[in-house]
Design a protein around this ligand. Structure first.
Ligand SMILES: NC(=O)c1ccc[n+]([C@@H]2O[C@H](COP(=O)([O-])OP(=O)(O)OC[C@H]3O[C@@H](n4cnc5c(N)ncnc54)[C@H](O)[C@@H]3O)[C@@H](O)[C@H]2O)c1
Length: 354
């Protein structure tokens, strides 16, 4: 039987969910939507969808099996608890909560009412991420020592409620939660320590830049850097990059549908005769160009991934075929790491994990 979805919050992402479920997801349909601003629901595409301006009314509907919570971040806890009490299964948008404490309160209610609860961390299906993960999983650059994941906006733009603290604004809650989730989903090792710099470069209330350096038990250091005020007069208004360094090669990936290469050397550079290169800043051997036959490249791995895979997994797991890909224990780990990030940024200290 088709899973019947109700969507609470019909702004930008509520529309994206409606469109995807209605037009692409097999075994699912949207039966009800809700937004406190009635006009926002005027362009709903689902025929005969029920529309409400009060979430309680949507939650009282018998023909809603799963509620998608797509309201601004500060309302997630309240809506998840209401939905659990109404006996509805829940997919909450990211960030699931503002703190670990809030999430614990939500888990207590979803457990009490025995409803299914997961979080829309669909960037686990991003193409650039899946390629980076394939390189890591397949040891395509050998033993990895560093993974850098970065995202830069060149026009200084943050918008709407994201610039206010009381609505759960700021880039850590917005993109940080995806970028951290990706790294923790990829690196199969315990986090040992973390250092972070978090800044409000131009925003009064919320962070618009962060750099997080994480050290894992398996020896990998991972750096995540994001800036919204990384001004540049480029044709493209953002850049997404990965760099993965290992002992048999490096990989760079640029963009969400990435260009990039795996780069290797035919022999270790220590056995390549050093050639002095003259630069404007003087001579160098280590950073000069290599002889012609030393560097060679390979294509990035092919991956087959789409955001709809989140819902395909959901529908299957809902019917008992496998597990939800995004587990509450995982999003809790991301939230506790975010709390450590703020502590490190405020104190300037390295945070060690037992
Ligand atoms: N997973 C992703 O990639 C992704 C992308 C964008 C947004 N999001 C998340 O989706 C959520 C919504 O973000 P958005 O960009 O769609 O914001 P938005 O402002 O475009 O939409 C939010 C909507 O919620 C409505 N709303 C507010 N209070 C309400 C209430 N009490 N009851 C019903 N409706 C209410 C607003 O009127 C608005 O239309 C956020 O948590 C955000 O982090 C996730």
């Amino acid at each position: 039987m088709s899973i019947r979805f109700g969507i609470i919050g019909f702004g930008f992402m509520g529309h994206v969910h409606e469109e995807m479920i209605t037009t692409q997801v097999e075994g699912a349909e949207v039966t009800a939507i809700c937004d406190i601003i009635e006009e926002r629901m005027n362009d709903a595409i689902t025929e005969n969808v029920k529309k409400f301006t009060n979430a309680d009314e949507l939650l009282a509907q018998d023909d809603v099996d799963v509620v998608l919570i797509v309201v601004p971040n500060h309302l997630h806890k309240k809506m998840v608890i209401k939905a659990a009490q109404a006996g509805k299964n829940i997919i909450c948008e990211k960030p699931v909560a503002m703190s670990v404490k809030e999430l614990d309160e939500m888990i207590a209610e979803t457990d009490r009412y025995g409803v299914k609860f997961t979080v829309h961390q669909q960037r686990r299906f991003d193409q650039d991420f899946r390629m980076a993960k394939a390189i890591y999983d397949n040891k395509a650059v050998g033993d990895v020592y560093t993974i850098k994941s970065s995202l830069y906006g060149f026009n200084g733009n943050m918008h709407d409620w994201h610039v206010y603290k009381k609505y759960g604004g700021g880039m850590l809650y917005d993109w940080g939660v995806h970028l951290i989730d990706q790294i923790l989903f990829m690196i199969d090792s315990k986090l040992v320590s973390l250092y972070a710099d978090v800044r409000n470069v131009i925003n009064d209330e919320v962070d618009d830049y962060f750099k997080v350096i994480m050290k894992f038990e398996n020896g990998i250091t991972s750096e995540i850097e994001l800036g919204t005020y990384y001004l540049a007069d480029k044709q493209k208004w953002f850049e997404r990059h990965w760099f993965i360094g290992g002992n048999t090669g490096s990989a760079y990936l640029d963009g969400f549908e990435p260009d990039g290469k795996i780069v290797r050397t035919t022999r270790l550079l220590k056995s390549v005769p050093g050639k002095i290169a003259m630069t404007k800043s003087g001579p160098t051997r280590s950073f000069g160009p290599p002889p012609a036959d030393v560097l060679y490249t390979e294509e990035l791995p092919k991956v087959n991934t789409k955001h709809i895979d989140f819902f395909t997994n959901y529908v299957n797991a809902y019917h008992g075929n496998g597990e939800f890909l995004v587990k509450i224990s995982e999003v809790k780990k991301v939230l506790s790491l975010m709390e450590a990030i703020w502590t490190s940024a405020e104190t300037g200290n390295l945070i060690r994990f037992e």
